[in-house]
Design a protein around this ligand. Sequence first.
Ligand code: PLP
Length: 355
Amino acid sequence: MSLTLTVDGDRWRAHLRKVAGEHPGLVPVAKGNGYGFTLGRLARKAQWLGVDTLAIGTYDEIGHVAQRFDGSLLVLTPWRPFGAALDLDPAEDPALARRLIHTVGRVEDLHALLTRQPDARFVLERMTSMQRHGLSARGLWAAARALAEHPRARLEGIALHLPLAQGSHLSEVTRLMNDVVAAGLDTTTVWVSHLTDDELTALRARYADYTIRPRIGTSLWLGDRDALRVTATVLDVHDLERGDAFGYRARTAPKSGHLLVVSGGTAHGIGLEAPTGESSIKARAATLARGGLDAVGFVRSPFSIDGKQRLFAEPPHMQASMLFLPSGAHVPQVGDLVDVRVRYTATAFDRVVIT
Ligand SMILES: *Cc1c(COP(=O)(O)O)cnc(C)c1O
């Protein structure tokens, strides 16, 4: 049986439209597991939204989106002169090559890319406080000089990937924008990630000559959580008496209750949760004194029944999990749905149902 993501279609689409309306130049980001929806589905949604560019994470993801979205594809992982970036031969598939916008983060890669594909489209990534990829201020200058030797190169803009907001990005972005302006590059487009709406507004006011293009994933696809519901199915229910053995490890029940087998396991990304957040010795001592089940080694699961997160009877299996339900709790029936709290970007659903 399935671990299912059910999407309230009208509500989800209304949210996508709203975000697109509020963010001119929006570049939806579809990468990894497609934020739980799958890459193919997000590509079709980007097509439906009518955006001109979709950002993807890696070159390996091109095959999942290229047939479903017909605009430009910005690859967020920087181009390197090795690996998956070289699998695509521009001579073999010129139409697809023309749709790709590469991200370049090193001057030597700029030379290598343009030697291979003189008319390549690309953005130059400027390093931010993320310290992940990108050119220094001097690197931008060097890139500008290098581009003089490549007249057919198509510079599509500058990319800035900022850390998740901890306070304002504005002073950092202003400093980086000044580097961009000073480098004298032949572009006025800046692709930004993780700026708040207020920061975008401020940036547009301050650099009115520039087109600012926000790259958004989470707050687009997952921004309206009430449109989404994740459920598992109860596959079996067994009575347990204190001392009964169960599971792969023949563990024994600390008290009577029920063993619940539900769909969803490690293959879906279902994992152990931190016990209860009560990490202080004092809090744990109090739990022990109360004789709580977590004190005997049961760990909280992401499955909730009657609004309460239940305990794993043992670590999740590959496609199912065993939960312990103490007696007194309402016992669901085989076939009932159970709500599951997941990290969408780390969950492989068996099915996504859009109502
Ligand atoms: C993943 C990613 C994004 C989108 O991030 P969200 O937090 O999901 O909006 C934007 N830019 C870059 C470079 C990324 O890798």
